[in-house]
Design a binder for this molecule. Structure first.
Ligand code: NAD
Length: 339
């Protein structure tokens, strides 16, 4: 199949090319992210292959449809950047990679917790300047602390397992509890109790109309003083302005982010020569107790291999008229239509 691959980085090309020896699709790579303005580049292709920050909104979808694009292959699990209702009405099939490395993302959430707690980022810089003072580096034992996990699907459940291995009490909230978590000693609770009791709160639910700004001013206010908040899911789960207010007051003791609600203009690019125009992000960077990574939780060799294999196999299934298990289901499309 002729596929236009957008937002293609060197690592995407490497792993897709490697995997493609088994599939033989005609892959053409574009550096640009797909959006309405870029859509004309898809002329002559049957499918587009995109990632988390491509903007597949109504106008982009209509352009793609006019160009004869029948398939959108997401190289990721989340699909909040695609208007699924419009895609369905245009008969454009959307496929994704629902699971590529839950361990990779869960482990990155743990890396943020440990990095923040033991102030590894500060220690690294100090030691390089021959400053071996310990003041300002004091951490706490994770053992016996209460960890609140919001969303216990593929990633959240792995995260629960790791944290119970640290000897933590793990509280979870999910409208659909995961039976596997019981074997790790996880206790389910309502959201309010979780927020009130947890020393560390980690978000592992998807971004949907219902979870947009799930962590808002009111919910931040009922958290424990000095709480650690970790988000490796989607930026807009957190109201960033509210989080800044609670960082300033000292209510939030630590913030670890791999995602940010306005990350689309920043992440995955080197903008170090440019003026940072996002004042909210700039403010976040000033706090000594905030650790931000640029959407790299997924970024492991295992994940890139799995993403490439599943993406190309999804395209082959559709090309051969087979049922593709990774088609974004009708259930999700109905949810999107209700938006
Ligand atoms: P999943 O679908 O397996 O699990 C999500 C869980 O969230 C489900 O159990 C669901 O019931 C639960 N959920 C839904 N609404 C909820 C709510 N309102 N409150 C609490 N729980 C709710 O998804 P997953 O593979 O575990 O991925 C979770 C999220 O992680 C994805 O949606 C994606 O946004 C994010 N992600 C980030 C990266 C990264 O690199 N940072 C990589 C992969 C995935």
């Amino acid at each position: 199949m002729k596929v236009a691959v957008f937002g293609a980085k060197s690592y995407d090309r490497k792993y897709l090319d490697q995997a493609n020896s088994e599939f033989n699709h005609e892959l053409t790579y574009f550096d640009a992210h797909l959006n309405t303005a870029i859509a004309p580049l898809a002329k002559g292709f049957k499918a587009v292959c995109v990632f988390v920050n491509d903007e597949i909104d109504e106008s982009c979808l209509r352009k793609l449809s006019d160009l004869g694009i029948a398939i959108i292959a997401l190289r990721c699990a989340g699909f909040n950047n695609v208007d699924l209702g419009i895609a369905a009405s245009l008969n454009i099939t959307v496929v994704r990679v629902p699971e590529y490395s839950p361990h990779g993302v869960a482990e990155h959430a743990v890396a943020l917790i440990l990095g923040l707690n033991r102030k590894i980022y500060r220690a690294y810089n100090r030691v390089r300047e021959n400053n071996f003072l310990l003041e300002g580096l004091l951490g706490f034992n994770l053992n016996a602390k209460t960890i609140g996990v919001i969303g216990t699907g593929k990633i959240g459940s792995v995260f629960c397992k790791i944290m119970s291995g640290f000897g933590c009490t793990v509280l979870a909230y999910d409208p659909y509890p995961n039976e596997r978590c019981a074997t790790y000693g996880v206790k389910y609770a309502d959201l309010e109790s979780l927020l009130k009791q947890s020393d560390v709160i980690s978000l592992h639910c998807p971004l949907t109309p219902e979870t947009y700004h799930l962590i808002d001013d009111k919910r931040l206010a009922c958290m424990k003083p000095n709480v650690m908040l970790i988000n490796t899911s989607r930026g807009a789960l957190i109201d960033t302005v509210a989080v800044i207010k609670h960082l300033k007051s000292g209510k939030i003791g630590y913030l670890g982010l791999d995602v940010y609600e306005e990350e689309g203009d920043l992440f995955f690019e080197d903008v170090s020569d440019k003026i940072l125009e996002d004042d909210i992000f700039a403010r976040l960077l000033t706090f000594p107790n905030v650790l931000i990574t640029g959407h790299q939780a997924f970024f492991t060799i295992t994940a890139l291999e799995n993403i490439a294999m599943t993406t190309l196999s999804n395209l082959t299934d559709l090309e051969q008229g087979k049922h593709c298990l990774n088609k974004v289901s009708d259930q999700f499309i109905q949810t999107a239509r209700k938006k």
